[in-house]
Design a protein around this ligand. Structure first.
Ligand SMILES: [Zn+2]
Length: 268
């Protein structure tokens, strides 16, 4: 049995940043499986991963994060078909995020919760980019874990997390309703609401609003850029969840200082 107390002790080692990086790489490897299989409603546990080209099962030694990709020079051991560079990229990014969180927050349970959060955002970002869906199987447990984690020491306080979760959902419901009335089409999916609620549950209402703001601005700029370069009438549906995911990760790291600065502007 790992009680929360012994878990706390287990992560309080001088090697904590190294442990965090290794954990991030391993979880990043699992994130690749989730990104690939969750939209297809396949199990993320079994069967073992296979080469999409020749179907050969990928052995444990060829499944070491980053290292295997480098040793195999990005090709399948059996058929030499190229492996997407996205696999090592996701592993590396997830490892870097965990290292960053470990250095920024130290060895706390709250840090572990934030690690789960950024991986969930990374997975949602890429699933939305590929399929334009945000699976409930990530967002709904995400909201619950975020609310539970707000009971741990450290920001946000539970009330802010609860308001963030409810507010994220309500804010998007209002925006979607207005959008529907104005343009007669569905602008925002249900998944976007739940993903925003998850961000609110983990980061609190103020940082949730900051993430939505950044995602909206980035989405608008990229949308205008696409119209400028590709032409067209702007009906190309941008994956809002992808922008929300990236914005949520950015705010996880910089949201504290930014909201403190903003409050200083209001009160100073
Ligand atoms: Zn192969």
């Amino acid at each position: 049995m790992l009680g929360s107390f012994s878990l706390q002790e287990a992560i309080e080692t001088p090697l904590w940043p190294v442990v965090a990086l290794a954990l991030g790489l391993i979880v990043g490897s699992f994130a690749n499986v989730c990104i690939h299989r969750l939209p297809l409603r396949q199990s993320v546990v079994t069967p073992r991963s296979r080469c999409p080209h020749c179907g050969a099962a990928i052995s444990a030694r060829d499944n070491v994060p980053l290292l295997s990709y480098a040793l195999l020079r990005g090709r399948c051991r059996h058929c030499r078909a190229p492996i997407s560079v996205r696999y090592p990229l996701v592993e590396g990014i997830n490892g870097g995020l965990y290292l960053g969180l470990a250095l920024q927050h130290g060895p706390t349970l709250r840090t572990l919760a934030l690690m789960a959060f950024v991986t969930a955002l990374l997975v949602l970002t890429l699933i939305d980019l590929d399929h334009r869906i945000l699976p409930n199987v990530i967002t709904l447990p995400g909201i619950a874990v975020g609310l539970a984690a707000s009971l741990l020491p450290g920001p946000p306080p539970p009330l802010s997390a609860a308001v963030g979760a409810a507010g994220g959902y309500l804010a998007f419901w209002a925006v979607a309703a207005a959008y529907r009335r104005a343009r007669g089409i569905e602008g925002l999916g249900q998944g976007d609401w739940k993903m925003t609620a998850m961000i609110g549950a983990f980061l609190g209402w103020d940082q949730m609003l900051l993430a939505v703001f950044i995602a909206s601005v980035a989405g608008t700029l990229v949308g205008l850029g696409l119209i400028a370069f590709r032409g067209g009438n702007g009906k190309y549906a941008l994956p809002l969840g992808t922008f929300l995911g990236v914005a949520g990760i950015v705010v996880t790291f910089v949201g504290g200082p930014v909201t403190t600065w903003y409050r200083g502007l209001l009160h100073g």
